[in-house]
Design a protein around this ligand. Structure first.
Ligand code: GAR
Length: 206
């Protein structure tokens, strides 16, 4: 059994969370995960350039004009080719098909820029301000078929300041994301590695 959980990071944009995950691993190679692939539905995304610069393997394919299920099948194939065990969505701005989510049940994490279950979907910071919330924040959750609704495994609150606009709030929440996601992924990978190990022991004939 490989001792590190093989992670694919899925991105669509600038890739700052990808960088945080990669840096966390670089600072301590003993951490229980390794990023074996960065995949994107936006070939020209800044995060893809960044991934290459970091020496990570990349795969990208534009989803434009392609049926969601077909795109996700291609994605699934490439993930399997790389023996991926866990998927980390990091600014992957595309819904996954129910078939894909079912196939990877319990193996997809997402970071979302709100205190879930508040403000699912897009435009979270503006909506937190409009709602008069005292706190914004970010959540890491397990992905299920319903958008931003799977079990939350980690969360950080960020106080909303009187002078905040959506941009200033987004910048502070993003800093919190960069702390939260690596720690949450590390913990989840650790648990997953244990669960895979136990499953294999349980399945043996000894
Ligand atoms: C992050 O703020 C992430 O939480 C958000 O997109 C941004 C990606 O930034 N994700 C979502 O809104 C998912 N619903 P990054 O590309 O710099 O990591």
């Amino acid at each position: 059994m490989a001792d590190k959980v093989r992670v694919a990071v899925l991105i669509s944009g600038r890739g700052s969370n990808l960088l945080a995950l990669a840096e966390h691993k670089r600072r301590d190679p003993d951490r229980p995960y390794e990023i074996v692939l960065v995949a994107s539905n936006v070939p020209e995304a800044r995060g893809v350039v960044l991934a290459k610069r970091l020496g990570l393997r990349t795969w990208s394919l534009s989803h434009k004009g392609m049926e969601r299920r077909l795109f996700d099948q291609k994605l699934d194939t490439v993930l399997r080719e790389h023996d991926v065990e866990l998927i980390a969505l990091a600014g992957y701005m595309r819904l996954l098909s129910p078939e894909f989510v079912e196939r990877w049940e319990g193996r997809i994490l997402n970071i979302h820029p709100s205190l879930l279950p508040l403000h699912k979907g897009l435009d979270t910071h503006r909506r937190a301000l409009l709602a008069g919330d005292e706190y914004a924040g970010c959540s890491v959750h397990v992905v299920t078929a319903d958008l931003d609704s799977g079990p939350v495994i980690a969360q950080t609150r960020v106080r909303i300041l009187p002078r905040d606009d959506a941009d200033s709030l987004a910048a502070r929440v993003l800093e919190a994301e960069h702390e939260l996601y690596p720690a949450a992924l590390e913990r989840y990978a650790h648990e997953l590695r244990g669960a895979i190990g136990e499953g294999r022991e349980g399945g043996s004939d000894d």
